[in-house]
Design a protein around this ligand. Structure first.
Ligand SMILES: [Zn+2]
Length: 104
């Protein structure tokens, strides 16, 4: 190997190493960005899961309220005094008070 060839070889290796160094920097920046994105997505996910749980609780509560209303409409007591017994077409102040209180 002549001297000129040797120096050419060394400078080519140097250029390759610089290029590898640049690639490594780019990969490092990309890794940091991916980790940041991952953390953000994880936080978003938790936020939506929490919102979803709250939605389900609200739906459940209104479902219970509607069920009690329709039981009363069908002619049964929903008050604690006569719960489940027939009203015989009579309005019950306990039931109405109970349903009205629940509606608020
Ligand atoms: Zn009643």
């Amino acid at each position: 190997m002549d001297r000129e060839h040797l120096f050419m070889h060394i400078s080519k290796m140097e250029a390759d190493m610089n290029s590898m160094h640049d690639d490594l920097q780019t990969l490092k920046e990309l890794a940091v960005r991916l980790v940041e994105e991952n953390v953000t997505l994880h936080m978003e996910k938790e936020k939506y899961e929490k919102l979803h749980e709250e939605d389900e609780t609200v739906e459940e509560d209104s479902f219970k309220g509607n069920t009690l209303n329709s039981i009363y409409e069908e002619g049964f007591h929903v008050c604690s005094v006569h719960f489940g017994t027939l009203r015989n077409g009579e309005d019950c102040l306990f039931c109405q008070g109970f349903l009205e209180h629940r509606g608020k």
